[in-house]
Design a protein around this ligand. Structure first.
Ligand code: SF4
Length: 392
């Protein structure tokens, strides 16, 4: 029995031409770090992200100048864009008028109900989804009655924080439901993974089918942030929770896309690009495997087709892993045996290993291009009827 739980059932939303939820592939998102007021710089970064495989890009819209730049950005973007807006409803209206494909906005943070109504009506008219995003670092302070209520129930600090995230999200959701708006996606982010897990688990257990966006907020610098994101996002995905993901790293956002796909590939939820199995080497290794593995890795970074490649240092584990991969190398004693699709195809000297591996990888890619691969994007599940989550 697989320990990866079946995916939570959700309604399907369309952010531009990208389908979210249902049985559609889990979507990789990122966010630009460029100043949105600089349309050229923002577009350049959106293109870099799209080239790396990012499927939806969020852009911050903090002020009127940023909103005014959207007509120069949105129509030229290669992927759907989401405008990240706080407090100011006119920015959301401008983003919608510019053709934005999604909004990230908490309606409870807009002061006047009539302003919320205007934004929601226009989003509905244009079929633009809204993501409600609550983040433990920025949710409203917990009222005393809530803390007392949870204390009476014997709640731990994790329960308390997670439940407050869920209730905060429900408050925003209720506003959209009261306006008969159901194109809603939800995120409940936290830095502490136990709180993150508990918040998503609690929300997913409620009777609702809203798609969920996953992320570990302010995860950190590339090394620690990637590990924290892999543990956080990976665990939730393994529980069957999550329809879109964003890895938040303090670096060039293109790195976020790479890490996101590595998480999805590790769980075998997406197959975009290459997967490389490389042994860590040990006292048995008889070739310069570090150099070879890094050279193969660099080559595979240019490959977009799904392919599994093994680069192994000796005959102990080498043949097994290599046979199991699309292309594999079991090295030993200054030479290496190359496998393709489980069969030995040649034995080469150490100096020829890289070229031989590239040749074999290219052969498999050419076969794939000739139509032997399932296109993930073809899988589609029609939208389910909406279910009201909060009481009327
Ligand atoms: S495959 Fe061989 S060289 Fe690599 S770690 Fe295993 S035993 Fe060591």
């Amino acid at each position: 029995m697989s320990l990866i739980a079946p995916r939570r059932s959700t309604r399907v939303l369309h952010v531009g031409d990208v389908k979210i939820g249902g049985e559609n592939p889990i979507v990789v998102q990122s966010m630009t770090t460029a100043d949105t007021r600089d349309a050229a710089a923002t577009l350049r970064q959106v293109h870099e992200l799209a080239d790396a495989g990012c499927e939806i890009v969020r852009v911050a819209v903090p002020d009127r100048k940023a909103a005014a730049a959207l007509p120069d950005i949105v129509p030229h973007s290669p992927v759907p864009l989401i405008a990240d807006i706080h407090f100011e409803h006119t920015l959301a209206l401008k983003a919608l008028d510019a053709g934005i494909q999604g909004l990230r906005l908490n309606p409870g943070n807009i002061r006047k109900p009539e302003d919320v109504r205007e934004v929601v009506a226009r989003a509905k008219e244009r079929q633009v989804p809204i993501r409600i995003g609550v983040n433990f670092g920025s949710v409203a302070p917990m009222p005393e009655e809530f803390v007392d209520e949870m204390a009476e129930r014997g709640a731990t600090q994790v329960d308390l924080r997670a439940e407050w995230l869920v209730r905060s999200a429900l408050g925003h959701i209720r506003i959209l439901e009261d306006l008969d708006f159901g194109l809603t996606k939800v995120s409940l982010k936290a830095f502490e993974l136990p709180v993150l897990f508990e918040a998503y688990r609690r929300f997913a257990a409620l009777p609702n089918d809203y798609p969920l966006h996953l992320g570990v907020t302010e995860a950190g610098t590339p090394k620690s942030g990637s590990v924290r994101s892999a543990a956080g996002i990976g665990t939730l995905l393994a529980l069957g929770i999550g329809d879109t993901i964003r890895v938040s790293l303090t670096t060039n956002p293109v790195e976020e896309v790479f890490v996101a796909y590595e998480i999805l590939k590790s769980l075998e939820l997406r197959q975009k690009g290459a997967v490389m199995i490389a042994c860590p080497t040990c006292g048995r290794v008889e070739v310069d495997l570090f150099t070879l593995a890094n050279q193969v890795d660099d080559f595979l970074a240019t490959v977009t087709e799904p392919i599994r490649v093994a680069v192994m240092g000796c005959v102990v584990n080498g043949p097994g892993e290599s046979r199991d991969a699309d292309v594999g190398l079991a090295a030993g004693n200054g030479k290496g045996v190359i496998f393709r699709k489980g069969k030995i195809v040649r034995t080469v000297a150490e100096t020829d290993m890289l070229v031989a591996l590239k040749d074999e990888i290219q052969m498999v890619i050419d076969e794939r291009k000739n139509g032997l691969v399932e296109d993930e994007s073809n899988r589609y599940q029609p939208s389910r009827p909406s279910v009201r989550l909060t009481p009327v």
